[in-house]
Structures are given as C-alpha cells and as structure tokens.
Write a protein that binds this ligand. Sequence first.
Ligand code: NAD
Length: 288
Amino acid sequence: MSATIIDGAALARESRSETADRVAKFRAAHGWAPGLATVLVGDDPASDVYVRRKRKAADAAGFVDFHRHLPGSASETEVAVVLEELAADPAVSGILLQLPTPGHLDSDELVALIPAEKDVDGLTTLNAGLLAQGRPGLRPCTPAGVMVLLDEYDVPLGGAEAVVVGRSPLVGKPMAQLLLARNATVTTCHSRTRDLAEVCRRADVLVVAAGIPGLIGADAVKPGAAVIDVGIHRGENGLRGDVDTAAVAEVAGLITPVPGGVGPMTIAMLLANTLTAATVQQGLRPAA
Ligand code: NAD
C-alpha cells in the first residue's frame, strides 16, 4: 500500500474537543448552553444509529439535547408542528431533520420549516443559495468535514483538478461548490456520466458520494491523487465505502478509510455548526 490513510477519527476527536471548549465558554458567558434538536420520524435502523451517535456526541460536547422522535405513521402536519415548535424555541440553537423521512412525507416542505439560522445541516434554500453565491452561511456537514480533512492533510486546492462523483443536495452539490470556492477546477459526475473512470482519472482530488459500494477502482484514480470516500454501506463484513480501498490505496497518495474517514467528521461538523448557529443567534461573530 502506498497511500497515506487519512485519520478522520483523530481529526474529528480534535474538532469535537475544540467545540466542547467553546461550548463551555459560551455557557460561562451566557448562563445557558446551546441546544441541538434532532428530529427522527419512524424507526429506520440506520437513521436510528446516526441520530444516537449525533446526540451522544452533542451531549459529550456540552450541548442541551432536544431530541424528538415521531412514529413512522406521523402525518406531515404532525411533523410540521414539532418543527415549528422547535423553530420558535429560543433554547434550540440547531434543528436537524434526519433524512430520509418516510415516503409519505415531503422532506423538502419540512426542511423549509427550519429557520435558516437553525439549519445545522445546511439544507434550506437560503443556506444552499448562500453557498452557491460564496457567501457565509451554515454548510452541509459532510462536505464541510471533507474540506477540513483536505486542509489538515495540506492537499493543495487552488488550480487543482477536483472531481466529485454524485450531485445530491446533501453531499455532491455542496461539495463541488466548496471546492470551487477554494479555486479548484471542479467536475461533477453523476449517474449519466459517460466513462466515469476516464473523468475520475483527471482528478488531483477525487470525492466519491454515489452510494454504490466499490464503484471506484484503481483504474479510475490518478497516481498520487487524494481520494475521499463518502459512501457508507453495511455488509456482512462490516462497513465499506464507494471506493475499492485496498486497490485504490496502491495508486492514490491519500485516502480516507471506511469507517474512520468522513463519517466521524460529519458529526464533528454538526457540533461546530450548532455552536456557530448559537453564536450568530446571539448577534456575535462566530470564531473563524
Ligand atoms: P444520493 O443517493 O442522494 O446521491 C447519489 C448520487 O450519486 C446521485 O447524484 C447520482 O447521480 C450519483 N450516482 C449514482 N450512480 C452513479 C454512477 N454509477 N456513477 C456516477 N454517479 C452516480 O446519496 P447521498 O445522500 O449523496 O449519499 C451518497 C453516499 O454517501 C451514500 O452511500 C450515503 O450513505 C453516504 N453518506 C455518507 C455520509 C457520511 O457521513 N460519511 C453522509 C451522507 C451520505
């Protein structure tokens, strides 16, 4: 294996501990701690695990927990009422609606009920628009975490060829915009891209978020590239990503493992976003 393995778990621990210190300072200054509301509808086992991890990390960092769990049969109005209550509660700094929601709910309509200043997943139209315009706002946690990983490992972005595989509003699109904001030359690939491997081979920085296990093999990677694997799949042999890690590690310069790469950073960025949200709501400038 030639690639350096990016230790997302260690960087996430550092980030969470920094956030915890800042939460303690916030509490000392204001007499109350910022609150995170996670809203889970239904009993999807994977969503349940993700929400538990987020709440545990938030609790450990000193945030107040405002978790709400609704049954999978909840109507859109019932979920909307909960989101509106949380939106109006000044003790709630951040609101996260765990996606995907059950099929009978319109998650876009529900996300639209989250005030932009509490939208710690960066999914509202306002935050997505601010990102598209390169203006400050709350950024989606996973792509924000990828940017931290790239910076911590000193991956040059200005003028670099970056290829993002996937164009979802949660990962691929904001990822491409964040890389563009750092002056990378960005190409987005998706399910209709012709010859995916050929496009990916151009990349100095390759971020893969397609949701297909092992989609990217060594033939799709330029020697020395930084390869970030966002995919998470549960199989009989544990977790794996969208990248064939063993094969790609022979070619890449840097690679994220699954687990222990992007996943932990997503949670760390959720905590950082919640503190930023609380700080902005107090009319203060967030720490850089
Ligand atoms: P999604 O299904 O919403 O989007 C997948 C994207 O991949 C689509 O834009 C689609 O066009 C593209 N795609 C599908 N097939 C393709 C192909 N053959 N070639 C090129 N592109 C193709 O998924 P998502 O929410 O963006 O998540 C992607 C993956 O990342 C999933 O495995 C998900 O579990 C994982 N994920 C991980 C984290 C984390 O914290 N690590 C966070 C969010 C999502």
